[in-house]
Write a protein that binds this ligand. Sequence first.
Ligand SMILES: Nc1nc2c(c(=O)[nH]1)N[C@H]1C(S)=C(S)[C@@H](COP(=O)(O)OP(=O)(O)OC[C@H]3O[C@@H](n4cnc5c(=O)[nH]c(N)nc54)[C@H](O)[C@@H]3O)O[C@H]1N2
Ligand SMILES: Nc1nc2c(c(=O)[nH]1)N[C@H]1C(S)=C(S)[C@@H](COP(=O)(O)OP(=O)(O)OC[C@H]3O[C@@H](n4cnc5c(=O)[nH]c(N)nc54)[C@H](O)[C@@H]3O)O[C@H]1N2
Ligand SMILES: [Mo]
Length: 769
Amino acid sequence: MSRIKRVPHCSHWGAYTILVEDNRIVGVEPFEHDPAPSPIIHSIAEWANPERRVPRPMVRSGWLDKRENSDRRGRGREKFVPVSWDEATTLVADEVRRVADTFGNASIFAGSYGWTNSGRLHHASSLLKRMLNLVGGFTRHVDTYSIAAGPVILRHTLGSDDACGGRANTLDTIAQHTETLVVFGALSPRTAQNEAGGIGSHRLETYLRKIVERGVKIIHVSPLKDDLPDWVDAEWWPIRPNTDTALMLGLAGEIVKAGRHDTDFLARCTSGADRLLRYLEGKADGGRKDALWAAGICGLGAGQIAELARRLVDTRSMLTVSWSLQRAHHGEQPFWAALGLASMIGQIGLPGGGVGYGYASLGGVGAPLNLSKSPAISQLKRPIDSFIPVARISDMLLNPGRPFSYEGEIRSYPDTRLVYWAGGNPYHHHQDLNRLSEAWTRPETIIVQDPMFTATAQRADIVLPATTSIERNDLAGNRRSDFILAMKKAIEPLGEARSDFDIFNAIAGKLGVAERFNEGRDEMGWVRHLYEACRDDSSKRFGFTMPEFDAFWESGYAHCPVKADHTFLADFRNEPEEHPLNTESGKIVLGSETLARLDYPDCRSHPAWIEPAEWLGTAEAGQMHLISHQPAGRLHSQLEAGPSSRAMKRNGREQARLHPDDAAALGIVDGQTIRIWNDRGECLATAEVSDEVRRCVLVLPTGAWFTPTGNSGLEVAGNPNVLTLDIGTSQFGQGCSAHTCLVRVEPCPADRRDAFEAYQETLAALAAV
Ligand SMILES: Nc1nc2c(c(=O)[nH]1)N[C@H]1C(S)=C(S)[C@@H](COP(=O)(O)OP(=O)(O)OC[C@H]3O[C@@H](n4cnc5c(=O)[nH]c(N)nc54)[C@H](O)[C@@H]3O)O[C@H]1N2
Ligand SMILES: Nc1nc2c(c(=O)[nH]1)N[C@H]1C(S)=C(S)[C@@H](COP(=O)(O)OP(=O)(O)OC[C@H]3O[C@@H](n4cnc5c(=O)[nH]c(N)nc54)[C@H](O)[C@@H]3O)O[C@H]1N2
Ligand SMILES: [Mo]
């Protein structure tokens, strides 16, 4: 008779106990200390479904024959040939050596962006970088798809990116002190489900309930009403996408026009305020920036804007800005303009006042700050300094040697010969996937290491099957989580899959650096070692005792030392000279000497409204603004076939939300298949007609597995990245501009539907190795 085993585990969406019987997952129970567990925990059994897994190491047939001289357009078309692990790791090691010796290590691109699993030992891209740093290095990436424009501009204007990395005012102080809360974007349990590296307790709703109980006045600025839960009593301002900068500057200008800006705060704590004031007063480029000016751009009422401007200075006011706002063309501006507005109000550094970024974008932003070290395996020292801004991958592959600018410097793209991706899915995350497909034909060799046979893995030359986290031991934790959590092995590896650590250790062996890679530790040796480093740190620096390793491993969790009730920049506000910021002036930069010198038209010397490349202000009749936000029932493309993800689909496709008036005008009814297209691509989705969406806006979540069909390339699963725009936010930040995108929509023409079935056959043939 078999017995049910209880196995503590954790993922980016939280901790849970896996119930296992005979190597099968028979249930999942939420973590006892989690007040609001994520439904995604009930999808994890899908990892054990062999249908979407890479069964064994495989090599594309054309590459096996001709290596670097293969026809690279065979990627995603030719059959894969199974090989042994020994053969696969030899091929990989030989390729690393060949490219490094012939072209130099910068020709190896191992940025390998992606969320992988929450385990801190088997963190695929960290291990890849650790291995390659032992053999001469690689070209990496800087910043993330989540945030790039934002942290770049904040590092320059606040001296660090703490304000968008979860180190601004904690939500408990906002719940206690704020009187007027302006939410730009979302404060949503949808996104707060996840935290990079795991989360113990989901507390957003607890704080939101306190905010609601205290009767805080909430203004919600977003094209989508359900970016706030429906039980939060807020005034919804359905703004035109990508125009928040104008609203912020209009509010600031209105405050200045009334002479109510905090001149004392501006003088003591900011530099270059004159540049911004001149612009707001219309002395720089003609027009005064006030409520009327903003209303015309944002599609809101001038009266409500003027009234809010008064409220912001009359009450304790806090601005929260979602990360999504900077994932758009000129994404630096809303982050900087919010800082400009908060400086005019003058409440930065007061409890419940000022500005913060990314609340609820991840579950730990706004939670009490985790003070001690969080577990991480070292990537070791970098022998070379070659990088690209993360979202410039297609630009890099298409334009070797071409110069690019970033943070005020000019560098050039390397000549990429080898791409190694472990734990990320560019055919999920990158914009303009048809352009990426062209760029993908450029490197000589592409290696992908993933448990799943993703669109990216299907387009590789060498595919290495990694285990999922439930097939090995690890630990989770990060600087925004109040717990370190055990991730114990629940089931045996599927097929021939091996852990990321074992795969890289084997390749390191073939490259002659295994001892330095593994430092003599095996899996459990490392798990223990990473935990002990955190335990030591919390005891030495904070006198906080975490349990011994064995007790932690047995119970599945350990508390970390945290600081609640945190007010960002309180010390700086009180004594700016004693606590200078790491900026050009030591103060908050509202007018930048550096940017004045650089003289970029797309990132000027003060926060400014600069029209995005695509927006409703210049749209033709019938064009709609596409918002491709984060999917509710999964993390990105992960567990896309799991029950929590499938529950969000209709007719097997992602749902695209649009306003009833737009639907009526376009002849679309709820539940109908629609075709969405622009010059870059086309996809299908199921229409969901809803009055929670602003007019002329279409909301289609990311994460559907990229499924292009036959010759037309029509994408049939509903992946918005066939439509999105692949340009940098500006020459300064070079972030991704996913949220800047115009599309057209129509009921799906009948002939397009058959393409779906045809493609299913192609896929089945490809997988049959
Ligand atoms: N249009 C549009 N596009 C966007 C965004 C948007 O708002 N709009 N958002 C962007 C953002 S913020 C982000 S962060 C990115 C996310 O982009 P990604 O992080 O690339 O997306 P994931 O689907 O999480 O990809 C993780 C991959 O790791 C694999 N994996 C999981 N566990 C393991 C493991 O243990 N080992 C290995 N080797 N692999 C593993 C998974 O199977 C999956 O293929 O998408 C970006 N793309
Ligand atoms: N369930 C789930 N949660 C996730 C993820 C996931 O894949 N699934 N991914 C995680 C990751 S990697 C990240 S980086 C975060 C991202 O966190 P966010 O960037 O905060 O999330 P998004 O869903 O992209 O955007 C939030 C909302 O911003 C609004 N918005 C978009 N453009 C504009 C605009 O121009 N103006 C205004 N005012 N609002 C706008 C949209 O209505 C959208 O719903 O989410 C994390 N959380
Ligand atoms: Mo992200």
